[in-house]
Design a protein around this ligand. Structure first.
Ligand code: ADP
Ligand code: TRP
Length: 321
């Protein structure tokens, strides 16, 4: 079984990225042949600063390795180190209906947020389909917002297979219900573009301030809160605290007598402890960037070997080889 996922180097990674995609992906590295990559080509559709992309790419590599991605189990690489993927993107784009891309939520959302509608942004799902299909991927762990991209990938693969004969494996998304959409400090989906994130490796004082500013209501501490399970702080606490501890806080909030300030302080402490080991590992890795570069280089060589084979299959299927 091949498992594949990617993440863009477009900014510091946050709890939504971690619980929605990275943690499931890291757990799956023991269950099959895992391929994980840093989607630097995708980041070009919305980030136009070369230094920032270079810096973010290394930051994402550090984050992923610190969080437990094990390069002896998973193949870890940079998307652009496998140029075969851009050739496959062209082949796939010739069977991708315009209507399919025009219905893309992600494209429409990004334009609504003011990102300029360049061709790369429009064709983003075709590059993503190539990423997935070029490794014969079976399972793709992602957050809810990527579901439509997986459906598009399947549509494109099916269409190709109908026209040129069985070429591509159809992938399945893996979306964990309980973390499909981690909320940000304002209650919307946690996302870099909403400025509502809690970074995995954020600065202590900055994260503390963000957690203390999580949106709550004005009911005083002593008032019982029958809707305690809906409380944003409780929802985040459930991610980083042991289940029994989170439940205790939820019960205390429901009963009345627990103030939001105290609850937020508890959330900060659990968050800080949750990533303590990873924070140490990250500091170590940071001193050894040669190792990080070597991991990505080795990963690219392994990924390329697979990509070449699948690309050749596609080239033969469509008659350019
Ligand atoms: P962002 O919205 O911050 O730009 P990305 O689009 O780069 O995040 O997402 C990278 C991965 O993390 C994707 O698999 C995405 O589904 C997942 N992800 C991002 N935000 C969340 C969230 N709030 N909850 C669950 N998963 C998320
Ligand atoms: N579009 C994904 C995101 O923004 C990143 C990505 C690119 C990806 N290629 C992929 C995810 C292939 C899974 C599989 O998060």
């Amino acid at each position: 079984m091949r498992i594949l996922s990617g993440i863009q180097p477009s900014g510091a990674l946050h709890l939504g990225n971690y619980f929605g995609m990275m943690k499931p992906a890291i757990e799956l590295q023991d269950k099959g042949e895992a391929f994980y990559f840093i989607a630097d080509l995708h980041s070009m559709t919305s980030l136009f600063n070369a230094d920032e992309r270079r810096r973010n790419t290394i930051e994402v590599a550090l984050d992923f390795l610190a969080c437990g991605l094990d390069p002896s189990k998973a193949v870890f690489f940079k998307q652009s180190d496998v140029p075969e993927v851009t050739e496959l993107t062209w082949l796939l784009s010739t069977v991708t209906p315009m209507g399919l891309l025009e219905r893309g939520h992600s494209y429409k959302d990004k334009i609504a947020k003011g990102i300029s509608p360049n061709h790369g942004l429009f064709a983003y799902p075709v590059l993503m389909a190539a990423d997935i299909l070029i490794y014969d991927s079976n399972i793709v762990p992602v957050g809810q917002d990527q579901k439509q991209h997986l459906e598009m990938t399947r549509d494109i693969a099916e269409k190709w297979n109908r026209i040129y004969g069985e070429t591509f494996v159809l992938p399945e998304p893996l979306i964990r219900e309980e973390v499909a959409e981690v909320p940000g400090i304002d209650g919307q989906k946690m996302s870099k573009s909403y400025g509502n994130t809690i970074e995995i490796f954020g600065d202590e004082a900055v994260v503390r301030k963000k957690i203390m500013s999580i949106v709550t209501d004005s009911r005083p501490p002593e008032v019982p809160k029958p809707d305690a399970d809906q409380n944003l702080v409780i929802r985040l606490l459930k991610l980083v605290a042991p289940p029994q501890d989170a439940k205790e806080y939820e019960d205390r909030l429901r009963a009345g007598g627990l103030g939001y300030g105290k609850l937020k302080e508890a959330l900060f402490d659990y968050y800080w402890a949750y990533f303590a080991e990873a924070r140490k590992r990250r500091a170590e890795l940071q001193k050894n960037l040669d190792y990080v570069h070597a991991v990505l280089r080795d990963g690219a060589a392994k990924a390329r070997a697979v990509a070449r084979g699948v690309l050749q299959r596609a080239r033969k299927a469509c008659g350019i080889e």
